[in-house]
Ligand binder design. Sequence first.
Ligand SMILES: Cc1cc2nc3c(=O)[nH]c(=O)nc-3n(C[C@H](O)[C@H](O)[C@H](O)COP(=O)(O)O)c2cc1C
Length: 445
Amino acid sequence: MSGVEAKSAARPRVLFQLSGSIAAYKACHVISRLVQAGCEVQTVATRAALEFVGAATLEGLTGRPVESETFAPGAYMNHIHLMKWADIVVLCPATANTINKLASGIGDDLLSTLFLAHDFKKPYLVAPAMNTKMHDHPTTQASIVKLREWGIEVLGSASGALACGDVGVGKLLDPDLLIDEIERRLPERETLGSGATIPPLPGKRSVENSLDILVTAGGTKEPIDAVRSITNTSSGLTGALIAETLSTLGHNVTFLHARDGKRPEAREGGGGIGAVALVPFVTFRDLDEAIRRLLLEREYDAVIHMAAVSDYSIDHLTVNGLQTAVNGETKLDSGESVSISLKKNHKILPRIKEYARRPEMVVVGFKLTVGANPGERRRAVERVSLGTDLIVHNDAEDIDPRLHPATFYADGAEVARTQTKFELAAKLEELIRGRAVHRPAQERP
Ligand SMILES: Cc1cc2nc3c(=O)[nH]c(=O)nc-3n(C[C@H](O)[C@H](O)[C@H](O)COP(=O)(O)O)c2cc1C
């Protein structure tokens, strides 16, 4: 683009900036979807970004040449004009280097100089993508804090297998989530010159279609004394991702989570129609009581029960031959001879509809098996299907840092399969939405 172009009708104008990360190819997918949805997209790329995606690709996707140089004949003032032109600025993928440059006020290329000319009244969205060590580096962390303090919306990043082979945080968010984040910040849609309206971007639900969903996640802990407990290996990660996805898609989520478990990123109590309320639990009893209380307090449209619940709680201890109750305030001496008597806990899943003020809600259960064959998997699913509308099955042996295969069952039949956690979350939302009994906004509490 040279100089200021006439503002074309009322199409949202997205200044889409790429820096040099291996995730740049995913940004092309986001750009393509924005263009398909009727946005005008102007790309700006650092020199490093153009090592990952070609200028031809970016021009082919947007119909506009990519801008990269500050000193380009005929476009010397782009570092000011492009900022004026844009309705929203997106930096995706954002490298550690560029994030640190922006936070330090360095303007040594077009992208960073544009930031110095940023109009802080406009949304500026940053989607980081980098190796975990680069992400956790004190400079990068300090820069993210600084940018956020200035009102720049630095999104979280996903956890998972990174291109360098490491596993951890720093992965670019899924393109669907990015598209949704961008769409939420686009100016009000208007009618195009042709009379057609810009089609809505896929994903986001309107207020009327948003659902109230309770998600339970993470493992219960049964204390033996002040420092020891019986627990399981659930991290709550998939549950947090599901809660994050549901909230990003506009649903109201109550996230009932293990106190030490993973939580959804940056959305606690957030405003808008995708708020997440966090409620912690520790023991089976806490979890059971919290579910009952929440289901009586609020009319949920769906419950996704994926917490890993202990089948047993501790009934009593026998310490040096004497029966004693568990005392969570003191520590047993390591020299003592201790035996633990367990009591069986009831299953929460088949009681959820009984607990609820609104039993017509959708109940989703999760079943994990370990190394089960197809027949065993099916029987395991059948055993937990009482009182549920959907069951999601995983087998621990199929799960690795890249893949998280899941099979969905309804009424005893397989209805869908997904391969990754992101696909799982998106499919779950779709299946719940298809089954939820719609309530008009005015009937909601
Ligand atoms: C194969 C490869 C992949 C890279 N991926 C990333 C990345 O995902 N995130 C990042 O911050 N830097 C990454 N880098 C390093 C940046 O490209 C490098 O710091 C560069 O100077 C960034 O320039 P820019 O911020 O101006 O685009 C990668 C480098 C290479 C060679």
